[in-house]
Design a protein around this ligand. Structure first.
Ligand SMILES: [Zn+2]
Length: 135
């Protein structure tokens, strides 16, 4: 797993195997009625996204890691450049975590998928026409 493959797949809502099909049905993480709706399998290569019951429990740890990274980055920027008081920074941090939570949910699940599914350029030749990729 290369870093750019992980980032492209996770932040682009793309299947980790083919990088063409979409994992989530909608690209908008702030479509709050549908942001968590996943395709059961990749519309392009047929990779199954729901491997077993409880498969995505591990994504909670990935979510924790992404948020720890967010904390480190924002805390460092605040400490060296902005120098806001600690309470103001903490308010900013928790509000930003709330605002980012739909995106974190999706990115964490796709990152978790990337741990177990390797990118295969041969699979990127879709068997279905391009317009069916949005299912
Ligand atoms: Zn795919």
């Amino acid at each position: 797993m290369k870093l750019w493959e992980l980032l492209y797949s996770s932040f682009g809502n793309r299947c980790p195997r083919c990088h063409k099909g979409k994992v989530f049905k909608t690209d908008n993480p702030y479509d709050l009625k549908n942001f968590d709706k996943m395709n059961t399998e990749c519309p392009c290569c047929g990779e199954v996204f729901e491997k077993e019951t409880g498969y995505y429990y591990g994504a909670m740890y990935v979510s924790y890691a992404w948020m720890a990274g967010w904390f480190i980055v924002t805390f460092t920027i605040n400490s060296y450049f902005i120098e806001a008081e600690l309470l103001n920074y903490l308010i900013f941090f928790f509000v930003s975590v709330l605002i980012l939570s739909p995106m974190t949910f999706r990115v964490s699940r796709i990152t978790w998928l990337n741990f177990f599914v390797k990118y295969d350029p041969e699979k990127s030749k879709c068997i279905k026409p391009q317009q069916d990729l949005n299912q």
